[in-house]
Ligand binder design. Structure first.
Ligand SMILES: C[S@@+](CC[C@H](N)C(=O)[O-])C[C@H]1O[C@@H](n2cnc3c(N)ncnc32)[C@H](O)[C@@H]1O
Length: 165
């Protein structure tokens, strides 16, 4: 039997994106990116500023379609790929995960590099991204290897960055 769980919102993510966002974080995108914790959790930010990168976990709260097990990623819509081999936000549990640069912490606000979420997305958790523990030197591109085009070009598509070629 499948269990159901409840999560608490611990803060909110503020971004310049009202109703469309990049497919993945764009490091130097324009505007302010800020994670604001609820006051009761602010003390938990102690020592986080010693890290350069953080994981941000959030609830993807404004989905407009239902989950399917075979996805057609928005950046390569002619491709069929299993949901769990994709980064689609439309999942049985709509949890989002982004790795971003931590710029500074002021009070209960964390200022970061670009985040790929709509303004006011509910925050579920933050964790430090730890060198060597979290970066894998032998990571690969999975099924993306089979797509035509060079990696730099594909990465622009994956992130949803407009480009002229
Ligand atoms: C493809 S997801 C990737 C999220 C995360 N980086 C990951 O890999 O889990 C990013 C997309 O989710 C959508 N999105 C962002 N915030 C959302 C929200 N609060 N509700 C619904 N969709 C959202 C936007 O269309 C954005 O392009």
């Amino acid at each position: 039997m499948a269990h159901h769980f409840e999560f608490k919102q611990i803060g909110v993510i503020r971004t310049p994106y009202t109703d469309s966002a990049p497919y993945q974080p764009v490091v130097n995108d324009e505007g302010e990116f800020r994670i604001v914790l609820q006051r009761e959790y602010a003390q938990g930010l102690a020592d986080l500023e010693t890290f350069r990168y953080i994981y941000v976990l959030y609830f993807v709260d404004r989905l407009t379609r239902t989950t399917v097990m075979i996805e057609h990623p928005a950046w390569t819509p002619d491709t069929n790929v299993g949901l769990f081999a994709s980064r689609s936000p439309v999942r049985p549990n709509p949890l989002g995960l982004s790795v971003v640069q931590l710029k500074k912490i002021v009070g209960k606000s964390i200022f970061t590099s670009g985040l790929d979420v709509f303004d006011n997305t509910p925050l579920l958790d933050i964790k430090p991204y730890i060198k060597d523990l979290d970066s894998k030197n032998d990571a690969n591109y999975g099924w993306i290897e089979k797509l035509a085009g060079n990696k730099q070009h594909l990465l622009l598509h994956i992130m949803g960055i407009p480009h002229g070629y």
